[in-house]
Design a protein around this ligand. Structure first.
Ligand code: VGL
Length: 210
């Protein structure tokens, strides 16, 4: 059976980029490769989702409330904005997560659309069964999103040319990738994703018009 793929861009927000509150080393370097993926998916009318950390000020995720992270991505603050270099086309669906005081919000599959629809439910409703995932950070939100998506029965491809890790411990990103692959994710870079999408498009009957 043919799979219908969508792009998921995880948490490319200013607080996770150099100069932000919880900078991922070279986090901004995912922007350009992600824009290529955005263009590719958009050209093929494949859906594009962008998740964001969207925390309340008093999240238990933050050090001040007993968590492990500096305060970051607080709802409505500039640090929570998507990186301005991302070229999201019209129709990009934003998935917000970590919105309650007690929710770490690592996984986009725990997130909701602006109407409150759970992301997994939306994917099923749209008959999407593969997620191609890039963004920040490899060792936290990318990893948890990928593992959760696999648990929910979706196929997942990790876009290894469009991810970066926090690396609290050196090697965390590599270990995270190993864990994702062991759980059943695939990995790919731009040329192979482009070929796969092309094949998918050719195998699917043309959309009915009129
Ligand atoms: C993230 C650490 C803390 C992430 C979020 O987006 O990967 N990392 N909160």
């Amino acid at each position: 059976m043919q799979r219908r793929a969508a792009l998921l861009i995880v948490d490319v927000q200013l607080d996770f980029c150099p100069g932000g509150a919880l900078p991922v080393p070279d986090g901004d370097l995912v922007v350009q490769p992600l824009n290529r993926y955005v263009e590719l998916f958009n050209q093929r009318s494949a859906p594009i989702f962008a998740s964001r950390d969207w925390h309340p000020e008093r999240s238990k995720h933050f050090r001040e409330q007993g968590g492990i992270w500096p305060t970051h991505c607080v709802q409505g603050t500039p640090g929570a904005d998507f990186h301005p270099g991302l070229k999201f086309p019209e129709g990009t669906i934003v998935i917000s997560k970590g919105m309650s005081n007690w929710d770490n919000g690592y996984s986009a599959l725990q997130g909701v659309t602006e109407n409150g629809t759970p992301f997994g439910m939306l994917l099923r409703r749209m008959e999407l069964d593969r997620l191609c995932v890039g963004g920040l950070a490899t060792d936290y939100c990318v990893k948890e999103s990928v593992l959760d998506a696999l648990k929910e029965g979706f196929a997942v491809t990790v876009l290894t040319d469009a991810i970066r890790g926090v690396e609290v411990q050196p090697g965390d990103s590599e270990r995270a990738l190993t864990e994702m692959l062991a759980a059943g994710a695939g990995q790919a870079t731009f040329p192979s994703v482009r070929s796969a999408l092309q094949a998918e498009g050719e195998a699917r009957p043309p959309a009915r018009t009129g």
